[in-house]
Design a protein. Structure first.
Ligand SMILES: NC(=O)c1ccc[n+]([C@@H]2O[C@H](COP(=O)([O-])OP(=O)(O)OC[C@H]3O[C@@H](n4cnc5c(N)ncnc54)[C@H](OP(=O)(O)O)[C@@H]3O)[C@@H](O)[C@H]2O)c1
Length: 279
């Protein structure tokens, strides 16, 4: 299959390119080739002659989105609309990568694929608008929600390891009342590869199974990396000042993809696999 991938040099885009390189003809569209905020991106994608478009590119700086909502909407909402318009012209299905942050985070159980979206910050609203554009313009699409990704050059795991190498006086401070699904990008990429082979369009949650707080995630990273002695203290989300407000509780339940035989391993196992690549 001829597959175009946006954000190909990003964390997930890179993992998708590596996973799909075997057996597919890839067109890698990095930020140096396309600008999602420019309507002409639709023409650029339409001329690729792709059979399928995968769209992980986004303005992912959640605090930056809070400071610059117009940029967030231009890139994440309008940009996704242009990508969907290109798919219409190509008559090709689209895989749109979305986020746990489309949910409010006030549930008492993990979010199912069909729970109602109610984003509470600009990033989440812009990504939800991207989902809406896909649903309005296309018949053939996969919307794949992921969460708490790691695997690229800059991510939470690497930040914790860097801090552990030189712990600040008093130890690390980690939020204990933000809960989510830590997820290895390589596992998502493999899940997407298996999902597109099914031809079963729809909305999916592809995350490593299980959930934890940022504090528990940090403790597990330190434990597995042999730094269990580094002190970590729990703090409240309300005490961690930042421009964006994350939804506090957004574990994602995978029902729809699991029914097709696509489910990702527990987050602790995925973390171990990632740490092994850094060793
Ligand atoms: N990271 C997470 O924890 C997380 C959680 C839930 C959902 N997601 C979703 O998963 C997807 C992939 O995330 P990621 O962590 O792989 O993101 P990432 O590493 O930040 O990669 C995003 C890619 O998009 C490109 N990009 C940004 N703005 C662009 C623009 N205006 N035009 C064209 N390309 C642009 C970036 O290029 P430059 O770097 O050169 O700007 C980068 O290559 C995103 O859709 C995100 O919303 C991520």
């Amino acid at each position: 299959m001829r597959i175009a991938i946006t954000g190909a040099s990003g964390q997930l885009g890179g993992a998708l390119a590596a996973t799909l390189a075997d057996g597919h003809d890839l067109i890698l569209l990095g930020h140096d080739q396309i600008e999602l905020g420019d309507p002409r991106v639709a023409d650029q994608i339409a001329v690729t002659d792709a059979d399928l478009v995968i769209h992980p590119a986004a303005y992912t700086n959640v605090d930056g989105c809070a400071r610059d909502p117009e940029r967030a909407y231009r890139v994440n909402a309008l940009g996704t609309k242009y990508v969907a318009m290109a798919c219409r012209r190509l008559d090709a299905p689209l895989v749109y990568i979305s986020t746990n942050e489309i949910f409010a985070g006030d549930a008492s159980r993990p979010y199912l694929e069909y729970d109602s979206a109610a984003p509470i910050n600009t990033y989440g609203r812009s990504k939800w608008a991207g989902e809406q554009a896909v649903r309005e313009l296309l018949r053939d699409f996969y919307i794949v929600r992921v969460a708490w990704l790691y695997g690229g050059e800059r991510n939470f795991v690497r930040t914790v390891l860097r801090m552990a190498a030189r712990p600040p006086a008093g130890g690390l401070l980690m939020v204990d009342d933000e809960v989510g699904s830590p997820t290895y990008g390589v596992d998502v990429a493999e899940g997407v590869a298996r999902l597109i082979a099914t031809g079963c369009y729809g909305t999916y949650h592809l995350v490593n199974s299980g959930a934890c707080s940022r504090y528990a995630f940090c403790r597990e990273i330190l434990r597995q990396a042999g730094h269990a002695d580094v002190p970590v203290a729990p703090i409240r989300l309300a005490d961690y000042r930042r421009d964006s407000t994350p939804p506090p509780y957004t574990p994602l339940a995978n029902i729809a993809a699991a029914d097709l035989g696509v489910a990702l391993r527990p987050w602790q196992e995925a973390l171990a696999a990632y740490l092994a690549t850094l060793a």
